[in-house]
Design a protein around this ligand. Structure first.
Ligand code: PLP
Ligand code: SF4
Length: 337
């Protein structure tokens, strides 16, 4: 069980941690005690999507190990500069589903808000790396238009806060956002897709917990862990505090070569999530984002490992294997053979 002797995280602790994050390839190599191949090309990759690694995440990387699974998620590589056919800047063609600025309405019953453009960690495989986001939160004007859109469509029962990372908003900004959303009667659920409780557990402030405790909305949080090593004791504490205020915790991960593509890697992640009372939700096959081809696992291998996951774990610990297709009305489920 998780210890109840919890640190009390002050409201601005996380912002200091964020500010002190590692932001260059040179600093990352030094902190991880590694050297990388083809440095001049890797430096070009760094220019196209800058490095961002907060200290709590860094502390879980094994020093001196250039193949550490957490390091490989954030380390710029010369391989990103290869032009691989089929890997494009906007694989999901999301732009066409943007109904008003900041709101993507693609699937029935739920809308996704780009509630903050920035992230607390830069994951090299992410399709959002090419988005023309500024570093800003949703403006007051945009929020009004977003709410008018939701208000006018009675079929929308769930608002998904995404980004970037929605928990990059300060608690006061989130308070405004949540009260605007909960004022719309047909919205029942608030879903938060975030990597922050993992990369900076201090983000789970008392203020944030009060917001979740105080809303009439059902709160679902989808965290994003790809490897068991991401889920250390500080993360366990953050998740425990969220669960205490009735936030339902789910996890999604991306199937990534070098990070979590082995059966053992998957089993240890899923067992660790179970231990922390987090329900596995989706296992995504990689979106074909330009610069991310070196993370791709062939479909046959992915399906092979997936069927072994199914053979090894109870059904409730098996995530749904999905691939996102630009024009489909839901994420495409893939079955094992
Ligand atoms: C993934 C996604 C959702 C949520 O889909 P679920 O299957 O409900 O998790 C909603 N909108 C967009 C644009 C998405 O990409
Ligand atoms: S959107 Fe998520 S996966 Fe992509 S860079 Fe941000 S935190 Fe990483």
């Amino acid at each position: 069980m998780i210890a109840r002797s919890e640190p009390i995280w002050q409201s601005d602790d996380w912002q200091i941690v964020l500010k002190n994050s590692i932001r260059t390839l040179g600093d990352l190599c030094e902190a991880a005690n590694i050297q990388i191949d083809e440095l001049p090309i890797a430096l070009q990759a760094e220019k196209s999507f800058r490095v961002m690694v907060p200290a709590p995440y860094l502390s879980r990387i094994e020093k001196g190990n250039p193949t550490d699974p957490l390091l490989l998620q954030v380390l710029p590589s010369a391989k990103e500069m290869l032009d691989v056919p089929g890997f494009v800047n906007d694989p999901l063609e999301e732009e066409q589903f943007t109904k008003v600025p900041g709101l993507i309405h693609k699937y029935h019953g739920r809308v996704l808000l780009i509630s903050h453009a920035a992230c607390a960690v830069h994951c090299r495989y992410c399709f959002r790396r090419h988005f023309p986001y500024s570093e800003n939160a949703l403006t007051q004007d945009q929020l009004i238009k977003v709410c008018e859109y939701i208000q006018a469509d009675q079929s929308i029962h769930e608002v998904i806060l995404s980004g970037g990372d929605p928990l990059m908003n300060k608690d006061e900004q989130l308070a405004k956002l949540i009260s605007a959303i909960e004022a719309i009667p047909h919205v029942e659920t608030l879903r938060v897709h975030t990597r922050l409780p993992i990369v900076i557990p201090e983000r789970v402030t008392n203020g944030l917990l009060d917001l979740f405790k105080g809303t009439r909305l059902k709160v679902v949080m989808v965290i994003h862990a790809n490897h068991a090593n991401e889920l250390d004791q500080a993360v366990a504490t953050a998740l425990y505090r969220l669960a205490e205020v009735s936030v339902r915790l789910l996890n999604q991960s991306v199937y990534l070569k070098g990070v979590n593509a082995s059966l053992q890697g998957q089993l240890s992640l899923l067992r660790r999530l179970h231990h922390l009372d987090v329900q596995p939700y989706y296992l995504h096959l990689l979106d074909k984002t330009k610069g991310a081809a070196h993370y791709l696992v062939a479909d046959e291998l992915a399906l092979e490992v997936y069927s072994q996951i199914q053979a090894n774990l109870p059904g409730y610990l098996v995530p749904t294997l999905v691939r996102e297709k630009p024009h489909e009305l839901n994420k495409r489920r893939l079955d094992s053979r």
